[in-house]
Design a protein around this ligand. Structure first.
Ligand code: MG
Length: 345
Protein backbone atom coordinates (compact mmCIF):
# COMPACT_ATOMS: atom_id res chain seq x y z
CA UNK A 1 0.00 0.00 0.00
CA UNK A 2 1.42 3.36 -1.04
CA UNK A 3 0.68 6.75 0.48
CA UNK A 4 1.51 9.94 -1.41
CA UNK A 5 0.74 13.52 -0.41
CA UNK A 6 0.37 16.86 -2.13
CA UNK A 7 0.15 20.25 -0.33
CA UNK A 8 -2.34 22.67 -1.89
CA UNK A 9 -3.85 26.12 -1.27
CA UNK A 10 -7.62 26.50 -1.63
CA UNK A 11 -8.45 30.07 -2.76
CA UNK A 12 -11.63 31.81 -1.59
CA UNK A 13 -13.91 33.60 -4.05
CA UNK A 14 -14.19 36.39 -1.43
CA UNK A 15 -11.84 37.01 1.54
CA UNK A 16 -13.40 35.01 4.38
CA UNK A 17 -13.99 36.85 7.68
CA UNK A 18 -14.73 35.31 11.07
CA UNK A 19 -14.66 37.06 14.47
CA UNK A 20 -10.89 36.48 14.91
CA UNK A 21 -9.44 36.96 11.40
CA UNK A 22 -9.93 37.43 7.65
CA UNK A 23 -8.19 35.15 5.15
CA UNK A 24 -7.91 34.64 1.38
CA UNK A 25 -6.93 30.99 1.23
CA UNK A 26 -6.80 27.76 3.20
CA UNK A 27 -3.74 25.48 3.23
CA UNK A 28 -4.41 21.76 2.97
CA UNK A 29 -2.68 18.51 2.11
CA UNK A 30 -4.30 15.94 -0.18
CA UNK A 31 -3.26 12.32 0.01
CA UNK A 32 -3.81 9.22 -2.04
CA UNK A 33 -3.43 5.63 -0.83
CA UNK A 34 -3.01 2.97 -3.48
CA UNK A 35 -3.62 -0.76 -3.20
CA UNK A 36 -4.87 -3.47 -5.54
CA UNK A 37 -4.89 -1.06 -8.49
CA UNK A 38 -7.34 1.24 -6.73
CA UNK A 39 -6.74 4.72 -5.30
CA UNK A 40 -8.42 6.25 -2.28
CA UNK A 41 -8.24 10.04 -1.79
CA UNK A 42 -8.16 12.04 1.40
CA UNK A 43 -7.78 15.62 2.63
CA UNK A 44 -6.23 17.32 5.65
CA UNK A 45 -7.69 20.84 5.68
CA UNK A 46 -5.53 23.14 7.83
CA UNK A 47 -7.11 26.55 8.53
CA UNK A 48 -4.96 28.49 11.00
CA UNK A 49 -7.41 28.19 13.92
CA UNK A 50 -7.13 24.39 13.83
CA UNK A 51 -3.52 24.71 15.02
CA UNK A 52 -2.13 21.99 12.73
CA UNK A 53 0.50 23.11 10.23
CA UNK A 54 1.39 21.79 6.78
CA UNK A 55 4.95 20.79 7.75
CA UNK A 56 3.92 18.71 10.78
CA UNK A 57 1.06 17.17 8.80
CA UNK A 58 3.54 16.07 6.10
CA UNK A 59 5.77 14.59 8.81
CA UNK A 60 2.83 12.63 10.22
CA UNK A 61 2.10 11.20 6.76
CA UNK A 62 5.76 10.28 6.41
CA UNK A 63 5.58 8.40 9.71
CA UNK A 64 2.37 6.60 8.75
CA UNK A 65 3.85 5.37 5.45
CA UNK A 66 5.67 2.70 7.44
CA UNK A 67 2.32 1.27 8.54
CA UNK A 68 1.03 0.96 5.03
CA UNK A 69 4.13 -0.82 3.79
CA UNK A 70 2.95 -3.94 5.66
CA UNK A 71 -0.49 -3.87 4.06
CA UNK A 72 -2.42 -7.08 4.02
CA UNK A 73 -5.80 -6.88 2.24
CA UNK A 74 -7.38 -9.21 4.79
CA UNK A 75 -6.80 -6.65 7.55
CA UNK A 76 -9.91 -4.62 8.39
CA UNK A 77 -10.08 -0.87 7.95
CA UNK A 78 -10.26 -0.50 11.73
CA UNK A 79 -6.84 -2.10 12.15
CA UNK A 80 -5.20 0.71 10.19
CA UNK A 81 -7.30 3.44 11.80
CA UNK A 82 -6.32 2.22 15.27
CA UNK A 83 -2.65 2.13 14.33
CA UNK A 84 -2.79 5.59 12.76
CA UNK A 85 -4.50 7.05 15.84
CA UNK A 86 -1.80 5.50 18.06
CA UNK A 87 1.10 6.99 16.08
CA UNK A 88 0.91 10.32 17.92
CA UNK A 89 -1.56 12.45 19.85
CA UNK A 90 -3.17 15.37 18.00
CA UNK A 91 -2.84 15.54 14.18
CA UNK A 92 -6.61 15.30 13.84
CA UNK A 93 -6.71 16.62 10.26
CA UNK A 94 -3.92 14.28 9.12
CA UNK A 95 -5.72 11.35 10.73
CA UNK A 96 -8.96 12.44 9.04
CA UNK A 97 -7.19 12.48 5.65
CA UNK A 98 -6.07 8.87 6.14
CA UNK A 99 -9.51 7.82 7.40
CA UNK A 100 -11.17 9.41 4.35
CA UNK A 101 -8.67 7.89 1.91
CA UNK A 102 -9.02 4.41 3.45
CA UNK A 103 -12.83 4.48 3.37
CA UNK A 104 -12.62 5.60 -0.26
CA UNK A 105 -10.03 2.92 -1.08
CA UNK A 106 -11.83 0.04 0.66
CA UNK A 107 -15.11 0.98 -1.03
CA UNK A 108 -13.40 1.05 -4.42
CA UNK A 109 -11.72 -2.33 -3.80
CA UNK A 110 -15.08 -3.84 -2.73
CA UNK A 111 -16.92 -1.94 -5.51
CA UNK A 112 -19.38 -0.60 -2.94
CA UNK A 113 -20.53 2.88 -2.00
CA UNK A 114 -19.85 4.02 1.56
CA UNK A 115 -23.46 3.38 2.59
CA UNK A 116 -23.41 -0.13 1.08
CA UNK A 117 -20.11 -0.87 2.79
CA UNK A 118 -21.46 0.33 6.18
CA UNK A 119 -24.92 -1.19 5.76
CA UNK A 120 -26.70 2.13 6.19
CA UNK A 121 -29.27 3.82 3.92
CA UNK A 122 -27.89 6.22 1.33
CA UNK A 123 -28.54 9.81 2.29
CA UNK A 124 -31.19 11.64 0.31
CA UNK A 125 -30.36 15.17 -0.91
CA UNK A 126 -30.35 17.57 2.04
CA UNK A 127 -30.55 21.35 2.24
CA UNK A 128 -27.32 22.85 3.52
CA UNK A 129 -26.77 26.25 5.01
CA UNK A 130 -24.54 28.64 3.09
CA UNK A 131 -21.95 30.65 5.04
CA UNK A 132 -21.76 34.42 4.74
CA UNK A 133 -18.46 35.69 6.22
CA UNK A 134 -18.17 39.01 8.05
CA UNK A 135 -17.77 41.83 5.51
CA UNK A 136 -18.74 45.37 4.41
CA UNK A 137 -22.43 45.98 3.71
CA UNK A 138 -22.14 46.13 -0.12
CA UNK A 139 -20.20 42.88 -0.18
CA UNK A 140 -22.60 41.16 2.19
CA UNK A 141 -25.47 42.08 -0.10
CA UNK A 142 -23.55 40.58 -3.03
CA UNK A 143 -22.75 37.40 -1.07
CA UNK A 144 -26.39 36.99 -0.04
CA UNK A 145 -27.41 37.32 -3.71
CA UNK A 146 -24.86 34.65 -4.66
CA UNK A 147 -26.41 32.37 -2.05
CA UNK A 148 -29.82 32.66 -3.71
CA UNK A 149 -30.19 28.88 -4.24
CA UNK A 150 -29.65 28.12 -0.55
CA UNK A 151 -32.61 28.08 1.84
CA UNK A 152 -30.62 28.68 5.05
CA UNK A 153 -27.79 31.16 5.61
CA UNK A 154 -25.04 30.73 8.18
CA UNK A 155 -23.71 33.96 9.61
CA UNK A 156 -20.31 34.37 11.19
CA UNK A 157 -20.89 36.70 14.16
CA UNK A 158 -19.01 37.33 17.41
CA UNK A 159 -18.22 41.04 17.23
CA UNK A 160 -19.71 43.83 19.35
CA UNK A 161 -22.01 44.72 16.45
CA UNK A 162 -23.92 41.49 15.93
CA UNK A 163 -27.39 43.03 16.22
CA UNK A 164 -26.42 45.53 13.50
CA UNK A 165 -25.08 42.64 11.43
CA UNK A 166 -28.33 40.68 11.61
CA UNK A 167 -30.39 43.84 11.00
CA UNK A 168 -28.29 44.51 7.86
CA UNK A 169 -28.81 40.95 6.64
CA UNK A 170 -32.54 41.28 7.20
CA UNK A 171 -32.55 44.17 4.70
CA UNK A 172 -31.58 41.67 1.99
CA UNK A 173 -32.99 38.33 3.13
CA UNK A 174 -35.64 36.83 5.40
CA UNK A 175 -34.23 33.28 5.17
CA UNK A 176 -33.70 31.35 8.40
CA UNK A 177 -30.20 31.78 9.84
CA UNK A 178 -27.65 29.73 11.74
CA UNK A 179 -25.43 32.09 13.75
CA UNK A 180 -21.88 31.01 14.57
CA UNK A 181 -20.31 33.20 17.26
CA UNK A 182 -16.93 31.41 17.27
CA UNK A 183 -16.53 32.03 21.06
CA UNK A 184 -16.94 35.77 20.52
CA UNK A 185 -19.36 36.64 23.37
CA UNK A 186 -18.34 37.08 27.02
CA UNK A 187 -20.93 37.52 29.83
CA UNK A 188 -23.63 34.88 30.22
CA UNK A 189 -26.44 37.43 30.74
CA UNK A 190 -25.40 39.19 27.53
CA UNK A 191 -25.27 35.85 25.69
CA UNK A 192 -28.78 34.89 26.78
CA UNK A 193 -30.14 38.31 25.88
CA UNK A 194 -28.54 38.06 22.43
CA UNK A 195 -29.94 34.57 21.87
CA UNK A 196 -33.46 35.72 22.82
CA UNK A 197 -33.14 38.67 20.46
CA UNK A 198 -31.82 36.47 17.66
CA UNK A 199 -34.52 33.85 18.11
CA UNK A 200 -37.00 36.61 17.27
CA UNK A 201 -35.09 37.30 14.03
CA UNK A 202 -35.66 33.75 12.71
CA UNK A 203 -32.25 32.50 13.90
CA UNK A 204 -32.60 28.72 14.25
CA UNK A 205 -29.47 27.92 16.27
CA UNK A 206 -26.44 29.50 17.95
CA UNK A 207 -23.05 27.91 17.54
CA UNK A 208 -20.28 28.21 20.16
CA UNK A 209 -21.30 31.54 21.71
CA UNK A 210 -18.63 31.50 24.44
CA UNK A 211 -15.05 30.37 25.01
CA UNK A 212 -14.52 26.65 25.52
CA UNK A 213 -13.63 27.00 29.22
CA UNK A 214 -16.98 28.63 30.13
CA UNK A 215 -18.68 25.33 30.93
CA UNK A 216 -20.95 26.40 33.81
CA UNK A 217 -22.02 29.62 32.12
CA UNK A 218 -22.73 27.75 28.91
CA UNK A 219 -24.90 25.19 30.73
CA UNK A 220 -26.81 28.09 32.35
CA UNK A 221 -27.40 29.66 28.92
CA UNK A 222 -28.47 26.38 27.28
CA UNK A 223 -30.99 25.65 29.99
CA UNK A 224 -32.80 28.91 29.26
CA UNK A 225 -32.15 29.25 25.56
CA UNK A 226 -35.23 29.25 23.30
CA UNK A 227 -33.17 27.77 20.39
CA UNK A 228 -30.51 25.02 20.28
CA UNK A 229 -26.97 25.86 21.36
CA UNK A 230 -24.39 23.93 19.37
CA UNK A 231 -20.83 23.08 20.46
CA UNK A 232 -18.12 23.45 17.84
CA UNK A 233 -14.71 24.41 19.29
CA UNK A 234 -15.73 22.72 22.59
CA UNK A 235 -16.33 19.33 20.94
CA UNK A 236 -13.51 17.87 18.93
CA UNK A 237 -13.54 14.13 19.53
CA UNK A 238 -15.85 11.57 21.10
CA UNK A 239 -14.07 11.88 24.45
CA UNK A 240 -15.10 15.55 24.69
CA UNK A 241 -18.81 14.78 24.46
CA UNK A 242 -19.24 13.20 27.90
CA UNK A 243 -18.58 16.58 29.55
CA UNK A 244 -20.96 18.47 27.26
CA UNK A 245 -24.18 16.54 27.68
CA UNK A 246 -25.85 19.17 29.88
CA UNK A 247 -23.83 22.07 28.49
CA UNK A 248 -25.03 22.36 24.87
CA UNK A 249 -28.15 21.18 23.03
CA UNK A 250 -26.17 19.73 20.15
CA UNK A 251 -22.78 19.05 18.61
CA UNK A 252 -21.24 20.24 15.35
CA UNK A 253 -19.29 17.20 14.16
CA UNK A 254 -16.47 17.85 11.69
CA UNK A 255 -14.06 15.33 10.19
CA UNK A 256 -11.00 17.56 10.66
CA UNK A 257 -11.68 17.80 14.41
CA UNK A 258 -12.71 14.22 15.10
CA UNK A 259 -10.12 12.31 12.97
CA UNK A 260 -12.52 11.03 10.32
CA UNK A 261 -15.67 9.12 9.43
CA UNK A 262 -15.18 6.28 11.89
CA UNK A 263 -15.17 8.59 14.89
CA UNK A 264 -17.88 10.81 13.38
CA UNK A 265 -20.18 7.75 13.34
CA UNK A 266 -19.34 7.08 16.99
CA UNK A 267 -20.14 10.69 17.88
CA UNK A 268 -23.44 10.47 15.99
CA UNK A 269 -24.35 7.35 17.97
CA UNK A 270 -23.44 9.10 21.24
CA UNK A 271 -25.59 12.12 20.32
CA UNK A 272 -28.55 9.90 19.46
CA UNK A 273 -28.28 8.07 22.79
CA UNK A 274 -28.06 11.29 24.77
CA UNK A 275 -30.66 13.19 22.77
CA UNK A 276 -28.16 15.78 21.55
CA UNK A 277 -28.85 17.49 18.23
CA UNK A 278 -26.50 16.50 15.41
CA UNK A 279 -25.00 19.11 13.12
CA UNK A 280 -22.64 17.99 10.36
CA UNK A 281 -20.16 20.70 9.50
CA UNK A 282 -16.86 21.17 7.76
CA UNK A 283 -13.78 23.33 7.93
CA UNK A 284 -13.23 25.38 4.78
CA UNK A 285 -12.62 22.11 2.92
CA UNK A 286 -12.64 21.04 -0.72
CA UNK A 287 -15.13 18.59 -2.24
CA UNK A 288 -12.87 15.74 -1.09
CA UNK A 289 -13.51 15.92 2.67
CA UNK A 290 -16.95 17.52 2.30
CA UNK A 291 -18.18 14.62 0.15
CA UNK A 292 -16.88 12.23 2.80
CA UNK A 293 -18.90 13.98 5.53
CA UNK A 294 -21.99 14.17 3.30
CA UNK A 295 -22.17 10.36 3.44
CA UNK A 296 -23.61 10.81 6.96
CA UNK A 297 -26.22 13.50 6.17
CA UNK A 298 -29.11 11.13 6.84
CA UNK A 299 -28.30 11.29 10.55
CA UNK A 300 -28.12 15.08 10.83
CA UNK A 301 -30.57 17.58 12.28
CA UNK A 302 -28.59 20.41 10.66
CA UNK A 303 -26.37 20.17 7.57
CA UNK A 304 -23.65 22.77 7.08
CA UNK A 305 -21.62 21.45 4.16
CA UNK A 306 -21.14 24.37 1.80
CA UNK A 307 -17.35 24.80 1.85
CA UNK A 308 -16.59 23.76 -1.76
CA UNK A 309 -18.94 26.54 -2.89
CA UNK A 310 -16.62 29.13 -1.34
CA UNK A 311 -13.60 28.36 -3.56
CA UNK A 312 -12.40 29.13 -7.10
CA UNK A 313 -9.98 26.17 -7.32
CA UNK A 314 -11.70 23.17 -5.69
CA UNK A 315 -9.49 20.34 -7.01
CA UNK A 316 -11.96 17.48 -6.38
CA UNK A 317 -15.17 16.26 -7.96
CA UNK A 318 -17.68 14.59 -5.66
CA UNK A 319 -20.93 15.90 -4.19
CA UNK A 320 -23.08 18.22 -6.24
CA UNK A 321 -25.29 21.12 -5.20
CA UNK A 322 -28.82 21.17 -6.58
CA UNK A 323 -31.06 24.09 -5.55
CA UNK A 324 -29.13 24.48 -2.31
CA UNK A 325 -29.22 20.79 -1.52
CA UNK A 326 -26.22 18.46 -1.22
CA UNK A 327 -26.52 15.48 -3.56
CA UNK A 328 -24.30 12.38 -3.44
CA UNK A 329 -23.34 10.26 -6.46
CA UNK A 330 -23.43 6.45 -6.66
CA UNK A 331 -19.75 5.84 -7.39
CA UNK A 332 -17.87 3.27 -5.29
CA UNK A 333 -15.98 4.40 -2.22
CA UNK A 334 -16.81 7.98 -1.30
CA UNK A 335 -17.45 8.97 -4.93
CA UNK A 336 -14.51 11.39 -5.09
CA UNK A 337 -11.89 11.95 -7.78
CA UNK A 338 -9.35 14.73 -8.40
CA UNK A 339 -10.23 17.32 -11.01
CA UNK A 340 -7.25 17.19 -13.42
CA UNK A 341 -7.73 20.88 -14.22
CA UNK A 342 -6.38 21.69 -10.74
CA UNK A 343 -4.63 18.63 -9.34
CA UNK A 344 -2.68 15.75 -10.79
CA UNK A 345 -0.82 13.48 -8.46
MG1 MG B 1 -18.22 26.96 14.06
Amino acid sequence: MLLKCQPYRLEFKHPFGVSSNIRKETPCVFIKIEAENRIGYGEACLPIYLGEKVEETLLFFKKSKELFRNYDPTLPLNFFLNEVDRLATGHHAAKAAIDIALHDLYGKILNKTYSQMMGIPKSKPRATSFTIGIDKEELMEQKIKEADAFSILKIKAGTTQDKELITRIRKFSDKPLYVDVNQGWKEKEFVLEMIHWMSEQNVLLIEQPMATDRIDDMAWVTEQSPIPTIADESAKRLSDLEHLEEVFSGINIKLMKCTGLREAVRMINFCKRKDLKIMLGCMAESSCATTAMAQLMQFADFVDLDAPQLYTNDPFIGLKYDKGRVVLNDLPGLGIAPNPEFLSF
